[in-house]
Design a protein around this ligand. Structure first.
Ligand code: RIB
Ligand code: CA
Length: 320
């Protein structure tokens, strides 16, 4: 069992990450979901996180609201992809499960300081919550096993030619996290753009015939239009699912120790991640690494497999 806290900004691909994490309760002990503004405003984000937990039949998962803006940079959103409410293409009722009292940053501090076993931080959004927690109580580092973050890129960005969205929204938070001695694994666009839907894959998803598959297909179909138009990739890149896939099926990914830095200067390159695996740049004791390869088809198969588990959950729940 891997103790995990998932920090996210659902967002369709974050929603798939949540569903994958909850599909393997014997492997991932999901302590809580912490949320952050990013793809949409914070109110939508924590609402969407609870909608997805209830879709998964897991209204017991604590959901916390975190920071409503980046440390220094102006608010941004990804409504061009995820819609104004952050979950375009979904048709889900308002959540009935409550939002947890208390701030996500304080939840992170409390749980990392008192962790029995170090916790894996699966992070699929701007890193503001973790950065603030580190500023408040630097000693939380002792409770972190590793950070696995979807963000950055070894090549072109997406929100700008230079920067990937999660890094662009809060580059200062990324800089703070990188500066601490925390094992940090980056899964960037150079990887996640190899993990994309296709028409055939979408048909197989719909054929699962569950409410989960129907909702995810609705979301990914809408988001695919943005990815195909903006990046000329075959379908929707399910970026955030890669974080959970790397925890549940590590053999899908290859890694290299890497020197990672981020441009925080306002200008055309703000948020750009500079990543080098050259021995000349990677220090002996570096704590950061970058995903260098992915079995894209294998990851898409695995995503289907995880989502397919909800068929049996649903049958059990309905007593068939
Ligand atoms: O650039 C992709 C990332 O930005 C993903 O996490 C997506 O959800 C958006 O937040
Ligand atoms: Ca995200």
């Amino acid at each position: 069992m891997i103790p995990v806290i998932l920090d996210c900004d659902p967002g369709g691909d974050d929603a798939v990450a949540i569903l994958m994490a909850l599909s393997a309760p014997k492997k991932i002990d999901l302590k809580a979901i912490t949320t952050i503004s990013g793809n949409a405003s914070l109110e939508w984000i924590h609402t969407n996180a609870r909608k997805i937990c209830e879709l998964a039949g897991r209204a017991d998962v604590p959901v916390y609201a975190g920071c409503s803006n980046a440390l220094l940079r102006p608010a941004a959103n990804a409504s061009f992809c995820h819609g104004n409410d952050g979950l375009a293409g979904a048709d889900l009722p308002a959540p009935t499960m409550p939002l947890q009292k208390g701030h996500a940053v304080d939840f992170l501090i409390e749980n990392l300081l008192n962790a029995k076993d170090p916790i894996t931080l699966a992070m699929t959004a701007p890193l503001t919550n973790l950065a603030v927690a580190l500023m408040k109580r630097p000693e939380i580092v002792k409770g972190i096993k590793e950070v696995v973050w979807m963000g950055g890129s070894m090549g072109t960005g997406n929100i700008t030619p230079a920067a990937e969205f999660n890094s662009f929204v809060d580059p200062h938070a990324l800089q703070i996290v990188l500066s601490r001695n925390i094992p940090f694994k980056l899964i960037g666009l150079h990887i996640t753009h190899q993990v994309t839907t296709s028409d055939a894959w979408m048909e197989r998803l719909r054929a699962q015939g569950t409410e989960v598959s129907k909702q995810v297909a609705g979301i990914l179909a809408v988001e695919a239009v943005s990815d195909q138009t903006r990046y000329a990739i075959p379908g929707r890149a399910i970026h955030d699912a890669c974080v959970i896939a790397s925890l549940l099926k590590p053999e899908l990914f290859t890694w290299k120790k890497a020197a990672i830095s981020v441009d925080t200067m306002e200008g055309p390159h703000v948020g750009a991640t500079i990543i080098s695996t050259y021995p000349a740049h990677v220090k002996e004791d570096t704590h950061t690494s970058c995903a260098m390869g992915v079995d894209g088809d294998g990851t898409m198969e695995f995503i289907l497999e995880c989502l397919g588990t909800y068929a049996s959950h649903q049958k059990e729940a309905s007593g068939f």
